[in-house]
Structure formats: C-alpha cells, structure tokens
Design a protein around this ligand. Structure first.
Ligand code: HEC
Length: 341
C-alpha cells in the first residue's frame, strides 16, 4: 500500500467515526426529521399499542396486507412520531383521523416523504386502519384513519388497510367528535403550527399519550437461551440438505453471485436480528423453495430454523423449539453480542 492510500484510509476512518458520533448523539426528535433513516422493515406481524386520553387501543398489523404502509407505520410508531398527536378529524359514523406530528418542525420534514400506492387487499370496514391519501397518486405519508363503519366504497380509491383494531374499539368510539363536520381543524395550519394551533382552538380533542410497538409480549426470550435441541437441529439439517442446500449451499453461505442469500452471519443478522422465529418460519413456509412455495410445512420449517440457529452459533438447549405460533413469536433472534465470535 502506498503512503498516499494510507492517508486516505485513515481520513476515511476518521470521517466514518465522526458520522457515528453524530448519529448516536441524535435525539429521537432529530431522527424523526429524517424520513430516509426511518426505513426499517416491519415484522411480518406486529401490534402497536396506543395509550390515549380515552384509554388504550391496539392495532394489529399484517405486513402482507400493505407492506409499504406497514413499514411506514412501524417506523413512525416505533420512533414516537404519534406521541402527543391529536385525533383532529373524528367524524361520527365515518372514521377517526390522526397522524400529524405535534411539532410543526418535524411534520414539515415529511411533506415529500410520500409512499407509492399499493394494491388494496383488505377492505375499509369497521376497525380497519389505512393511511389517508389525496386524490392524486402516491400521496400517503403520515396520516392514518380508523374506520367506524363499513366504508368499503373507499377501497376503489386506493386506501389500502394495513391493520385492524383488535382491542379497544370502544375507546376509538369514544374519541371526541364534538367539533363536528362543520368545524374540522385546518390541516394546513396543523402542519404549519403543530399542536399550538390545536391546543388553542380545539382544546377538547383527544390525543395519543404514547404509541409503542408491543414486543413479543411478556414471555419474550432470546435465541441465546437455548431454544432448540441438538436432535432437532440434526433433523433440520437433513431437511435442509434435501430441500435447500442445492441453492443456499452446504455451509448455508448462499451462492457466490449473491443472488441467493446466505443464511448465516452478516447477511442473516442484517435481515433477521430483532425479528421472531415466527417471521423466519413464515418466510420459509410461504416462499421456500421458490419453485414450490407452500411445500414446506411449518413443522419442517421450525426444524430447519433450528438448524439455521445452530449454524449461526446459537446454543442448543434441553427443550425443542415448539411449532406453536405463540412460542415462535416470542422467540426473538438477537444479534451476537459485541466481542463474541
Ligand atoms: C431453487 C433455489 C432455492 C431453494 C431450493 C431454496 N431457496 Fe431460499 N432463497 C432462494 C432465493 C433466490 C432467495 C432470495 C430471493 C427470494 O426471496 O425469493 C431465497 C431467500 C431465502 C430466505 C430469506 C433470506 C434473506 O436473507 O432474506 C430464507 C430464510 C430462505 N431462502 C430459506 C430457505 C430454506 C429454509 C429453504 C429450504 C426449505 C430454501 N430457502 C430453499 C433460493 C432458494
């Protein structure tokens, strides 16, 4: 290596380190001002709990229904975007709308962070949740609404439901609607002035105290705690060799062209850390092998998942990983701790 490239390398490392410091020092609010960074893929299924001035309701999301919407909603809820925002357009017998940030400086960052339209696979009936949109294409961004009744005529207009209120619909019913259709707050002013405008002119609006993504409930456990048995991983290996190895390789390393992803190490963790084994099993049963999707049952997929865990260095334990959706959902794939190799 020449002296010159050495200097270049050192300078690059310096810049990368500096960027790292800036990133870690960012407050949550600063992060909310950068839509390009809130781009995590949502789990295949998750629940968001809304603690409001009227009580708690829970939205359950199936990513398949509308993946772009689910990803956006996941990132916003997870990063606190909806906290303190008002249910500013609640129309009895129609729907409850919210999702403009309390702080105008944050909301303005999202004006052009629009989502592409996507197919409407579920219907806007009572309890279903969709992003609002304008009459133009690709106009969804942060505002969402909960349907009070069968509004399925909206389906044809591209309002794609991504979730459903699964508990607390009575709370949604109670949200303050007294300003009525004649006196709905001016959305442009909310965007420009945030909660200051609403607090002054619409003080009775209900609001979200905090929205959180429910982790895999109380019983969550990490894949570090010995969640499968050695015998199970060995069964999984046999299946893997018959059904998967031809593509994903004998060391699970994928193929050299990277068209077939590795199921170990960096590639594996970048895709799966923080997600549950239920997601991994669902991915396998739904789409693997690609030439015969649906041909791998969830029991086989659970065994293969055990083998994949083993290959990634997770320890075996004394109990088998049960092919039970609740158990699988509560078993979370965790990235290896720093320094462990
Ligand atoms: C014919 C080749 C082929 C076979 C056989 C196959 N896969 Fe795949 N697999 C792929 C390709 C290509 C992708 C990436 C594209 C896609 O998602 O379809 C993939 C993606 C995956 C992913 C997602 C990985 C990631 O990083 O996103 C998993 C997990 C997976 N396969 C597991 C399996 C398992 C388990 C089996 C056996 C039951 C299997 N595959 C069989 C070709 C194959």
């Amino acid at each position: 290596m020449t002296g010159r490239s050495n200097v270049w390398v050192t300078a690059t490392i310096g810049i990368v380190a500096a960027l790292g410091l800036v990133a870690s020092g960012q407050t949550a609010r600063e992060r909310l001002k950068d839509p390009s960074r809130l781009n995590e893929r949502a789990p295949d299924a998750f629940r968001a709990r809304f603690d409001t001035s009227q009580g708690v309701f829970v939205i359950s999301v199936e990513r398949d229904w509308a993946p772009l919407a689910a990803d956006r909603f996941y990132n916003l809820a997870k990063n606190g975007f909806y906290d303190d925002s008002r249910f500013f357009r609640v129309l009895d017998g129609f729907m409850a709308q919210f999702g403009l940030h309390a702080d105008a400086a944050v909301q303005s960052s999202w004006t052009s962070a629009n989502l592409r339209d996507e197919p409407v696979l579920r219907s806007n009936t009572r309890g279903f949740v969709s992003f609002t949109r304008e009459s133009g294409p690709n106009s969804r961004y942060t505002m969402i609404f909960i349907n009070y009744k069968d509004n399925s005529y909206l389906d044809a207009d591209g309002f794609a439901p991504f979730g459903q209120v699964v508990s607390g619909m009575d709370v949604v019913d109670k949200l303050y609607s007294g300003y009525g259709r004649q006196n709905v707050p001016d959305q442009r002013r909310i965007v420009r002035e945030g909660n200051a405008y609403l607090l002054e002119q619409y003080p009775r609006l209900d609001f979200i105290k905090a929205a959180i993504i429910e982790s895999a409930a109380q019983g969550a456990r990490s894949t570090w705690s010995g969640v499968y048995t050695r015998a199970q991983a060995s069964r999984g290996q046999t299946q893997y060799e018959q059904r998967c190895e031809q593509c994903h390789g004998s060391g699970l390393g994928g193929d050299a062209t990277e068209e077939i992803p590795a199921l170990v190490w960096d590639q594996f963790f970048s895709q799966w850390s923080g997600r549950s084994i239920a997601d991994l099993v669902a991915r396998i049963t739904r789409s693997m092998p690609p030439d015969a999707p649906g041909s791998t049952d969830s029991r086989t997929a659970t065994d293969v998942a055990s083998y994949i865990l083993q290959a990634n260095g997770f320890p075996d334990g004394s109990e088998e990983l049960r092919n039970d959706d609740v158990v699988l959902r509560q078993t979370v794939i965790e990235k290896r701790a720093a320094g462990v190799n």
